[in-house]
Design a protein around this ligand. Structure first.
Ligand code: NAG
Ligand code: NAG
Ligand code: NAG
Length: 371
């Protein structure tokens, strides 16, 4: 029976052997993802707000197209009317935004030589930068001097300094998303599912760095509460933001089971925080988060240059001071929104993918009551 013989051999070469090779590769690969805590796998509607705009791209305008290379975070200086943003090429750029986005002026301000992520203004007009590669930086207001404030704590170097907030007494609060993986390898931190992140403070008067919380899951955005009693910080893979009470040194859940994976969180000076989510919860991400095996396969594929981590449906969630969801602006057709900040009647969004800042006039394009 030559035909059967032929097809059996074909079967062995085309499926059985590749299958055995895959198993062997899988066994040999040392990447060892963990199960995530059970509450990270909860999907609930409690974090879905009553008001939704599910077409964020409709009416959106783009600022600095091609000039702002992946502007991750945005800080707004109300006195000068300038937007500061950190780009992937190391530049902290300044943008003078005009009524018409095409009249906006983009200026190369200071290049950190690293990857500026979170930005905040210091008490003396300086710009504090959480630089993924360099650590926490202080850029003087004239842009002439860049000083490294800190890049390690308790003998452990930061590998992915991520976001920063400044308090009225001058103390800086910031996150290191991971001590184990750097910015270029950050997806592996996500896939490994282990807590390598820390929340820390830096006191400029004593120049001491303190670890407030460790073992955080990709500690990302951080924001100071308006009454200055606590911080709110986000842990991306477990879709949760928590409060850290500064005096009491106590942690409390702020909002969990988010409809996406939270990145930066920004207070708007007007009773609300805005939480950006680079991707919504997709079926693939749900599976990945639940099954470490899946994440291991994804990581192995990534090492061979294949991306199996598809992002989809990015958005910005507006919540009140108690963490109650108010409105969600999102769009299936957009990914990698990393920050959302309200300036006047506009929502400005940074991106980890696109070379532009997105802005939406949210009075003209509001979120509506959903069913
Ligand atoms: C801005 O410029 C872009 C590209 O040239 C153009 O498509 C768009 O219509 C302009 N927008 C305004 C508001 O002028
Ligand atoms: C940043 O540097 C400036 C001088 O360039 C200094 O006045 C300011 O106090 C510094 N800020 C911090 C937080 O260290
Ligand atoms: C920082 O990240 C890089 C790349 O992900 C890694 O090789 C290095 O070991 C990390 N540093 C530390 C101190 O673990």
């Amino acid at each position: 029976m030559p035909l059967l013989f032929f097809s059996r051999r074909f079967l062995i070469f085309s499926t059985v052997i590749p299958f055995l090779i895959s198993i062997a590769l899988y066994q040999l690969d040392t990447f060892d993802p963990s199960h995530l805590p059970a509450d990270a796998l909860l999907y609930s509607t409690t974090s879905i707000p009553p008001l939704i705009n599910n077409q964020l791209l409709t009416g959106a305008e783009f600022i600095g197209v091609g000039l702002l290379n992946k502007p991750e975070d945005i800080a707004y200086d109300i006195d000068s009317g300038l937007i500061y943003t950190g780009c992937v090429d190391g530049w902290v750029k300044r943008v003078k935004v005009m009524e018409s986005v095409n009249d906006s002026v983009v200026e190369d301000w200071v290049n950190t030589g690293g990857r500026p992520l979170g930005l905040a203004f210091g008490l003396h007009g300086e710009v504090i930068v959480a630089d993924a590669y360099k650590g926490l930086l202080n850029i003087s207001d004239d842009g002439k001097k860049t000083e490294l404030l800190t890049d390690e704590a308790e003998g452990v170097r930061f590998n992915l300094t991520d976001a920063v907030a400044v308090v009225d007494n001058g103390v800086l609060y910031f996150t290191d998303a991971s001590y184990k993986y750097d910015y270029s390898q950050s997806s592996f931190d996500f896939l490994e599912g282990k807590p390598h992140g820390r929340l820390m403070s830096f006191d400029p008067t004593t120049r001491t760095t303190r670890v407030l919380l460790k073992d955080l899951y990709f500690a990302n955005g951080v924001s100071m509460s308006p009454d200055q009693t606590h911080l709110v910080f986000c842990e991306t893979p477990i879709r949760r933001c928590s409060k850290y009470y500064i005096k009491e040194e106590r942690v409390e859940v702020f909002i969990q089971s988010l409809p996406g994976y939270p990145d930066n969180i920004r207070y708007d000076g007007d009773g609300h925080y805005w939480i950006a989510m680079p991707t919504g919860v997709t079926t693939l991400l749900k599976l990945s988060m639940k099954y470490p095996v899946w994440r291991k396969v994804t990581a192995m594929a990534a090492k061979w240059g294949f991306n199996l981590m598809f992002a989809e449906d990015a958005g910005v969630l507006q919540v009140d001071l108690e963490g109650k969801p108010i409105a969600l602006y999102h769009d299936r057709k957009i990914t990698h929104l990393t920050t959302g900040i309200k300036i006047g009647e506009y929502l400005y969004c940074g991106s980890l993918l696109h070379s532009r800042i997105l802005r939406l006039h949210f009075l003209k394009y509001p979120a509506h009551k959903s069913l």
